[in-house]
Design a protein. Structure first.
Ligand SMILES: *Cc1c(COP(=O)(O)O)cnc(C)c1O
Length: 593
């Protein structure tokens, strides 16, 4: 008989999940986080599963011309090569039509062999109309109507599919961002059984809340998913629309998916301490807690550092806290591992771009979604000043990457501006913008540069995770104080701050401080006191690598969120995990039945 422990109890819903580099079902940080969460869940033996859409045509493949103009190509992949088809079928009502769904399975195997299945929902079935067949094609593609249909498929279709697949022991439903909030409607309908949605009572809602938890990722109201009421009526029908209205999920005639998730969750969290604080300001009626994001340590540690950690503390793969002991690794070994990572990045760049970078030169990295608030071009505000820094203190080179959403014109403009700056600086500062930034490039860039630059417009960066990947590879950050950096920053120990926390400064002040840090602190240390710089790299691993990982993060979800009620009893999933029959071999407990 299958052990209860292996029977999923937590269902994790996310519009995007980064499973592996050949599966383009993610756009950026949200999807990478979802994948890392499930990978750590598998490592920790958490009885959980994931639900997302198939995204048959993926996000997109980025092409850049010589001026940095982006064009998008469909990201082609073959689900049948990587996924296992399931026989389960269900349907979901959209605009009064029945849209049939199937599910594909991807299995994540953790370090101890525990598995976490991920179900990818697919509408490309012959029974569906040609249009309905495209509903699970593009991630964040199409218009509002397309997006709303996708959210109905993810939320309502997802819950129905779990029933069709026979997952009957689920206790906790986790909404990773508001896109998944319609699971609440489906769960409510299930709970009411034959009763009409209009008969819902506060007690019913309370019953639903006990099962749901919600993680919000957006620190500004404009970032939250919203749909006009007539569109909601059209897609969901009058009964479900009225139910959402009855729960106060509309403001000014607009359905706010964040409200749907907030109303129906008993545990709500932001993705960093500072972000939770900001979220409480936006939604003062909700008890919003914080569980700071992380990254999957083994996935984001480059081969040279994996080998180094394996040598010093082989337990780190199973227990990331061992990374704290990096503080005792001799500097020469850190230096050698980093040199190997840098060489690997430069070789990859030579292969793909034809550009040659200099291994002895300070290399600054910046790669993330190209959207205006991330300010990829802030560094290039004053080109003459950058030239002067290179002349006075020492040379530096810059590696960048990032895709702009196909409708994000300001985001696309930031890429063009970086290309303009690169052309103007080319006699003095080498700048490489890699095309089609994805998780493979992410691994190369976050491990192969000497400094990770992060210059978001505050307070837009809820957490940010690429600096955490860098930290696992000993790469310190130079960052404005926002998101995770409020917690990760120790001046001169894990990197350096840009600007001050208290004053809300202009970008001119931030630029001045950024140049000041580069010119007077970072570059002089890199060239003048290389051992001190390697010391910063080492303490970055010990302090930030050991904490900002998804193993710590998922453990915090277990301790704080994955419980049916916000009571002070141990969460059921944790009790199950710690049952004697789950104990390590050799620790068998005679009283177990
Ligand atoms: C890690 C990662 C991101 C997220 O980076 P942030 O710093 O959180 O913006 C986005 N895209 C890819 C491909 C990544 O690997």
């Amino acid at each position: 008989m299958q052990s209860l422990v292996d029977t999923p109890k937590v269902a994790y819903f996310s519009m995007e999940i980064a499973l592996e580099s050949s599966v383009p079902t993610y756009a950026g940080g949200l999807g990478v986080l979802a994948g890392d969460t499930l990978r750590s869940g598998a490592d920790l033996g958490v009885p959980m599963l994931g639900v997302t859409l198939l995204h048959r045509k993926g996000y997109f493949e980025q092409r850049l011309d010589g001026q940095g103009n982006q064009t998008e190509l469909p990201a082609t992949w073959h689900p049948e090569d990587v996924l296992e088809p399931t026989k389960a079928r269900t349907s979901v009502t959209i605009e009064g039509r029945k849209v049939k769904l199937r599910a594909w399975r991807y299995v994540i195997r953790g370090i101890g062999g525990h598995t976490v299945p991920v179900y990818l929902l697919d509408t490309a079935l012959a029974e569906n109309s040609p249009y309905d067949q495209t509903l699970t094609d593009f991630l964040y593609g199409g218009d509002h109507h397309y997006r709303l249909c996708q959210e109905v498929i993810l939320g309502i279709g997802g819950i129905q599919m779990l029933d069709a697949l026979g997952h009957s022991h689920l206790e906790i439903y986790h909404m990773n961002e508001g896109h998944a909030a319609f699971i609440s409607l489906a769960l409510l309908e299930k709970q009411l059984a034959d009763r009409a949605l209009s008969s819902v009572t506060e007690e019913d809602r309370q019953g639903l809340r006990r099962k749901c938890i919600f993680t919000t990722h957006t620190p500004v109201p404009a970032g939250h998913d919203q749909f006009q009421k007539d569109l909601v009526q059209q897609v969901l029908g009058p009964e479900r629309t009225t139910a959402l209205e009855g729960a106060d999920c509309f403001t000014d005639g607009t359905l706010n998916m964040t409200y749907v998730a907030l109303k129906y969750s008993h545990y709500i969290n932001g993705v960093a301490m500072h972000h939770a604080e900001i979220s409480r300001g936006m939604f003062p009626n909700y008890p919003i807690r914080a569980i700071t994001n992380g990254v999957h340590a083994v996935t984001w540690t480059c081969p040279a550092f994996r080998e180094l950690y394996d040598r010093h503390f082989p337990e780190w793969r199973r227990d990331n806290l061992y990374l704290r002991y990096a503080i005792g690794i001799p500097l020469v070994e850190i230096k050698a591992a980093h040199a190997a990572a840098k060489r690997a990045l430069f070789e990859e760049i030579k292969k793909k771009n034809g550009s040659r970078l200099e291994e002895s030169v300070m290399t600054i990295g910046f790669a993330r979604r190209a959207t205006a608030y991330k300010r990829a071009n802030l560094l290039f505000t004053d080109l003459d000043h950058l030239r002067r820094i290179a002349d006075r203190v020492g040379p530096f080179q810059i590696v960048l990457g990032g895709k702009a959403h196909f409708r994000d014109e300001p985001g696309k403009a930031t890429i063009r501006r970086v290309f303009e700056a690169a052309a103007l600086l080319k006699d003095k500062i080498k700048i490489v913008y890699v095309e089609n930034y994805d998780i493979l490039w992410g691994q190369f860039i976050t491990s192969g540069v000497d400094l990770w630059l992060n210059t978001p417009q505050r307070p837009y960066e809820a957490s940010g995770t690429s600096g955490m990947k860098a930290a696992l590879n000993g790469v310190p950050s130079l960052s404005v104080p926002d998101g995770w950096w409020f917690e990760g920053h120790v001046e001169g120990v894990t990197g350096w701050d840009i600007g001050q926390e208290e004053v809300s400064e202009s970008s001119a002040q931030e630029v001045a401080d950024l140049y000041n840090k580069l010119e007077h602190i970072v570059l002089p240390m890199f060239y003048g006191r290389p051992d001190a710089y390697t010391g910063v790299m080492r303490s970055t691993i010990a302090l930030n690598g050991s904490f900002f990982n998804t193993q710590r993060m998922v453990s915090q979800y277990l301790l704080n969120a994955f419980r049916e009620e916000p009571a002070l009893t141990a969460p059921q999933v944790l009790v199950e995990l710690l049952r004697p029959e789950k104990a390590m071999p050799g620790q068998s407990n005679k009283t177990s039945s």
